[in-house]
Design a protein around this ligand. Sequence first.
Ligand code: SF4
Length: 349
Amino acid sequence: MGTNDTALPTGTGTRPGPAQTNPTEPLTLPSWQAELRDAVRDPLELLRLLDLPPTALGPPASTAFPMLVPRGLVARMRKGDAHDPLLRQVWPFAAELAPADGFSADPVREQGLAAHGVIQKYPGRVLLIASGACPLHCRYCFRREFPYPSQLAARADWSAAIAELRNVTDATEAILSGGDPLSLSNRRLGEVFARIADTAVTTLRIHTRFPIAIPERVDAGLTRLLRGTRLQTVLVVHANHANELDASVERALAQLKPALTALLNQSVLLRGVNDDADTLAALSERLFACGALPYYLHLLDRVTGAAHFDVDETVGKFLIAALRNRLPGYLVPRLVRETPGQLSKTVVA
Ligand code: SF4
């Protein structure tokens, strides 16, 4: 064991505070927690590491959603390139502070819905907000203002959340989301896996960016847990650009895949990051080489602070058509939009 129960602190505002120090924990942190502890939090340090001048991207925005970038991800950014697609995903551009019509703190209108950290958006599927901590802070995140401390399923022994789950009579799939559920220790994950396996649910889905951002999180304990459950397991990682998938990520996904029923990826269509056909085709091909299939390409959820990432729906449709002309069908993601109140995501193309 030797892991804390949650990841180290990721920020301020509506995000959880620091994990409590447990005097019985060993002093040596697992490598993924050390990576998180040592992540870059100072925008000017990030520019220095990338050999960029302090003014390269303009003054950073100061928001309640602070910058957080693991050093392993920084190493995948191109030095001296202010337009690097990985850098653009994490840099707090001043544009975040500009008001934008149609953008709000809760674009999919889910805040307040999470009774004991459990949300049912769609028939048959139940989502558990397992953690508010993340391996990095993506500036376009639709939950960047989610009130995690009051709406977490990961309390005590998960009993209240599991009771909510049992109340959903048609639930066949439990989705662990967040934040990032893999910010929990293997011990805590083992608890929730066991509690879910003790219900009528047949499939466990985990939405995570950890294998991409901090691939060291994929350890023997995690793969043992995934192999050991009676549940069908679907892991959905989140990568937006092929440059995120270096050799360390490829190794992590190769370790995970034999323990899973399915390994999928979801991306967000982001201006200046992946809004051209060559980039999206390279992402699909790289994912496939790493053992994952492209599942969804999301149109941006219009969260406050993310308007500079928005790509028009017609451009998204054009890009998907271009992918269909050059890739096999299984490498073309579905372009989707989430509309509050609808019984499923809307497939746009
Ligand atoms: S997109 Fe995922 S990993 Fe990124 S900040 Fe949001 S919840 Fe965290």
